[in-house]
Design a protein around this ligand. Structure first.
Ligand code: GTP
Ligand code: MG
Length: 204
């Protein structure tokens, strides 16, 4: 999609408090510090729309951004989900994150897809596998994104894509092939946008 503008709408402690405009939603999830806010800024070609945290684990709300198409019409939301699995976050916060995200998945009929971020230097961890396995059971499409690929050489980048694809291959067609991304070089932006465009034009 060609976009004219993107705006921060607000942060909501639960989906019931989020705006009810009927626009499609694309959710972004992953561990704290994995690069969610940076990916959102890279996709929207903005430097600092989504706040890049110096304090990992700070985002504990559903952050909504609205995206306008070239005709100036509001077309979709990006929803930045709170990071999870960060070692310094107490267990009760992790439990509340899980409740928030599962509640969001259950309550929103507008989620057209989940972009799940994985640090390309670490690869898939148990919690990410659990989330990626869970989403297709809820009839949700998943685009796995390997972040911060500028920190890897080309061979290591190819290898982590291959390894991640192999781990996810049993999950079926709802899970896209992993996309290698960097918010520094913007590699992978086009592939992710193509996937988002397919999601939001589906069934319209
Ligand atoms: P939380 O909101 O705390 O869950 O973090 P987040 O997932 O939104 O991560 P954020 O975008 O704030 O990035 C975390 C750190 O990683 C920041 O210091 C970013 O500058 C850095 N970072 C993010 N993406 C990239 C990337 O593609 N390449 C490099 N080299 N650094 C990145
Ligand atoms: Mg963030």
């Amino acid at each position: 999609m060609r976009i004219s503008q993107a705006k921060f709408v607000g942060s909501f402690p639960e989906y019931a408090k989020a705006p009810r405009s009927g626009l499609p939603e694309i959710a972004f999830g992953g561990r704290s510090n994995v690069g969610k806010s940076s990916l959102i800024n890279a996709l929207l070609k903005r430097k600092s729309l989504a706040q890049i945290s110096k304090d990992p684990g700070k985002t504990r709300l559903l952050n909504f951004y609205v995206i306008e198409n070239m005709s100036g019409k509001e077309a979709l939301y990006f929803v930045d989900l709170p990071g999870y699995g960060y070692a310094k976050v107490p267990k009760d916060v992790r439990v509340s994150w899980k409740k928030l995200v599962e509640g969001y998945i259950a309550d929103s009929s507008k989620i057209k897809g989940f972009v799940i971020l994985i640090d390309s230097r670490r690869g898939l961890q148990e919690e990410e596998i659990q989330l990626i396995e869970y989403l297709p059971t809820q009839n949700k499409m998943v685009c796995p994104v390997l972040t911060k690929s500028d920190k890897l050489n080309r061979q290591a980048g190819t290898e982590i894509v291959r390894k991640t694809a192999a781990l996810l291959s049993a999950l079926g067609e709802k899970v896209h092939l992993p996309v290698l991304h960097s918010s520094e070089t913007k590699i992978g932006n086009d592939l992710i946008w193509r996937w988002i465009d397919e999601r939001i034009t589906d069934g319209k």
